[in-house]
Design a protein around this ligand. Structure first.
Ligand SMILES: [Fe+2]
Length: 220
């Protein structure tokens, strides 16, 4: 039997609820801060789609792979593997590219430059390969993306696009999927606990900074 040191963090039900509440609150605040698509210029709408694509197309599988490499529990591994399988098998980067092209918003050099530093910060954070913070960061992202899809679809529609496979596939509010991710987080915390001094939300905060850059640098 393995006895965990008292300074290490396990996830009881109350902690799981408080983590979910903190993540839901962050998601609500982030979405509420975004400008109304109707009030943006065409160039601003294009910029948001382009920067989002610059981040997601080439990095989501990288982020998930980093998370997969960092986890120790079988339960978390199975969950992340399922996600990676779907990303590769259904070619989600291709779906993302088609979405951007149809909205005439394929990312340019300046779109990549705008997100470069904040994106690097997220890559380097996930590259520490620390299981619990990585699973928690991706759990936040999975929940956030579902909520963001109607906003992204609105931007594309206003740009004259009729290509919504990407936003349809990712916008499904999958309660079971979210619950499984938090279950995986609990399993990882039990098997591979982090020290009490670890800021569990560091990755979430870095992602929020990146997503604010994607949406609020809307001037080009
Ligand atoms: Fe995806």
């Amino acid at each position: 039997m393995v006895t965990l040191a008292p300074v290490q963090q396990n996830l009881d039900h109350a902690q799981e609820t408080s983590i979910q509440e903190r993540i839901n609150r962050s998601t609500d605040e982030l979405l509420a801060s975004f400008p109304n698509p109707d009030e943006l210029s065409a160039a601003q709408r294009r910029g948001i789609i382009a920067r989002y694509t610059a981040v997601l197309e080439g990095n989501f599988i990288y982020w998930m792979t980093a998370t997969y490499l960092s986890i120790a529990s079988e339960e978390a591994r199975a969950k992340i593997q399922e996600n990676l399988y779907e990303e590769v098998h259904d070619c989600h980067p291709g779906m993302m590219r088609r979405f951007a092209l149809a909205a005439h918003a394929a990312p340019t050099d300046s779109d990549f430059a705008a997100v470069y530093q904040d994106l690097m910060n997220v890559r380097l954070f996930l590259g520490r390969l620390s299981g619990v913070p990585n699973v928690l960061t991706m759990a936040f992202f999975e929940g956030w993306i579902q909520r963001f899809m109607s906003y992204l679809a609105d931007l594309a529609r206003l740009q004259g696009s009729q290509e919504f496979e990407y936003t349809d596939v990712h916008g499904v509010c999958d309660i079971t999927h979210t619950a499984e991710l938090y279950h995986a987080l609990a399993a990882e915390m039990a098997l591979n606990p982090v020290g009490a001094e670890t800021n569990l939300f560091e990755g979430v905060d870095l992602l929020i900074t990146l997503l604010r850059t994607v949406v609020n640098q809307a001037s080009n």
